[in-house]
Design a protein around this ligand. Structure first.
Ligand SMILES: [Zn+2]
Length: 280
């Protein structure tokens, strides 16, 4: 259920026709045979062997390979070993270079954990790490982002990347993130954003996966964020700092670490640092 829809007009005709990518039958069979929890390691080992080389480097797992693997037809795509995508590699690099997450003693909640990021963060002795997701087998806690089971002010950092566009009530999710954050904590968010769109597009009548794919850009997206994303986050009680981190990196590093998605769809890869404003 959508609790609220924006006043933005649905522009179904303007949305580009986007190809839909379904898993191949080989992938579906492999998924059926291998338990979900061990898939990343097993498949990663196989793919690493197939992509031996030194041309590219993954900052998530530290591996070197001949290339990344196109994801849904888009390059550079996934890391052969840890499966990280461009945005995951950019985020781990940002966290390492621009935050204290690799040194400070912090309680961190990682929402919808990505395998490569989780492995890296979980290995840090300075972090008290928890991961949460509605159903992912990778998550330590299977919980609803709209009703988190953690007490107020439980975490110094909440990491939430490419999640809010899948959530029915993203405003409520943001308030939950705000609630579980310490007053001096921060949420670190990333999200697919259409930079050509001023206001976020929502339409509760668009429910079929094919229609969501066409209108919102992916079959499981419930809205298409526009340039008002930071304002939307701020409305939940955050001071939002937008960091265009990719723009700070040189072209050679971006290419070697596969940090830029070669697609016009969701080119925005800003990192949003969100600090709670109000006292609770
Ligand atoms: Zn990797």
């Amino acid at each position: 259920m959508f609790r609220e829809a924006s006043s933005a007009t649905t522009d179904r005709t303007a949305a580009a026709e986007r190809p839909s990518y379904e898993p191949s039958w080989q992938r579906r069979v492999a998924r059926g045979l291998v338990p979900a929890r061990i898939r990343p390691q097993l498949f990663g080992a196989v793919r690493s062997a197939l992509h031996r080389g030194h041309e590219v480097h993954c900052p998530c797992c530290g591996g070197e390979f001949d290339s990344f693997i196109a994801h849904r037809g888009v390059h550079p795509g996934r890391c052969p070993r840890c499966g990280s995508l461009e945005r995951h590699r950019l985020l781990i690099r940002f966290l390492r270079e621009r935050t204290d997450l690799f040194e400070a003693s912090l309680d961190l909640l990682h929402i919808a954990p990505e395998y490569g990021l989780q492995r890296q963060l979980q290995s840090l002795e300075n972090l008290s790490y928890r991961s949460a997701d509605l159903e992912s087998p990778l998550a330590m806690d299977n919980v609803d982002l709209l009703d988190l089971p953690y007490p107020d002010s439980s975490f110094d950092v909440v990491l939430c990347s490419h999640v809010l566009e899948h959530v029915e009530d993203d405003r409520l999710a943001l308030r939950e993130i705000h609630r579980v954050l310490a007053c001096d904590g921060r949420a670190i968010l990333m999200s697919p954003i259409d930079p050509a769109r001023a206001a976020t597009l929502e339409d509760p009548t668009v429910t079929a996966p094919a229609d969501r794919h066409r209108v919102f850009g992916q079959s499981d997206h419930l809205r298409l964020y526009g340039r008002d994303f930071a304002e939307r986050v701020a409305a939940a009680g955050f001071a939002v700092e937008t960091v265009a981190y990719l723009g700070e990196l040189d072209a050679g590093k971006i290419a070697r670490e596969g940090l830029r998605r070669e697609s016009d769809l969701f080119p925005n890869d800003d990192v949003f640092i969100c600090r709670p404003l109000q006292a609770r």
